[in-house]
Design a protein around this ligand. Structure first.
Ligand code: DX5
Ligand code: ZN
Length: 216
């Protein structure tokens, strides 16, 4: 099962409703929330995510690049977001927060920056619905894919398989027609793509292409 989640960080912020409508064949819409503290960039907040939820035909996959997710992430789950992913580096108590998100009704995701080791999280996988392995430093779209993080996906895929879990393994950053197969072979099943989708003349066709490349 391959999922393609376009990131609206690369969309036209003055025409989000139009751009979201142009990718109705996406699995989920990836929404990058940045707070200018956890990352040096500022994007959307709670109100914007709530409103997007109302106009989007596809469910939202919210990626929180913010400090203190223990305090703020539940509010995003309460907007009705399909999944809420917070950063391991920012959370005080990742397991308690994931349980809270699930209790509200969202899928709970944990994200790892390129320099963050995955080993401490392998035994905690039943607590999460998704692990996001960042393939760039979080903060900006249009950066180059870091193949050096691929071994983390191998460890995750093994651990998920051994435990018989249904935890989605997501990659985010620099995913395009070249890099998607590298990530898929390494064990990813859920792919975020910003520039590759929105810099195309036909975003919907690009999503279909990425989906077929990932499945090969
Ligand atoms: C980066 C964001 C990504 C970004 C990916 O911090 O988390 O979701 O939009 O953009 P591309 O696909 O252009 O690397
Ligand atoms: Zn993201």
């Amino acid at each position: 099962m391959v999922r393609i989640n376009p990131s609206i960080l690369a969309a036209d912020f003055a025409n989000l409703e139009r751009d979201v409508a142009s990718i109705s064949n996406a699995d989920l819409i990836h929404v990058d929330v940045m707070d200018n503290h956890f990352v040096p960039n500022l994007t959307f907040g709670l109100q914007m995510v709530g409103r997007l939820q109302e106009v989007s035909a596809r469910p939202l996959d919210v990626h929180l690049m913010i400090d203190d997710p223990d305090r703020w992430a539940p509010g995003y789950a309460e907007t009705g977001a399909f999944s809420v992913t917070f950063h391991a580096e920012a959370a005080q108590d990742a397991v308690a927060l994931a349980r809270k998100l699930r209790h509200i009704g969202a899928r709970a995701g944990i994200a790892l920056k390129p320099g963050t080791r995955v080993e401490p999280y392998l035994d905690l996988l039943p607590e999460f619905d998704q692990v996001l392995v960042m393939t760039v430093e979080p903060g900006f779209g249009g950066q180059s894919f870091m193949e050096s993080v691929m071994p983390k996906l191998g460890l995750l895929r093994d651990a998920v398989g051994k435990a018989g879990l249904d935890v989605w393994l997501q990659v985010d950053g620099g995913i395009d027609e070249e890099t998607i197969s590298i990530a898929a072979h390494a064990g990813a099943d859920t792919f975020v793509a910003g520039s590759a989708v929105f810099r195309s003349d036909d975003p919907a066709a690009r999503i279909d292409l990425l989906r077929s490349l990932a499945a090969q």
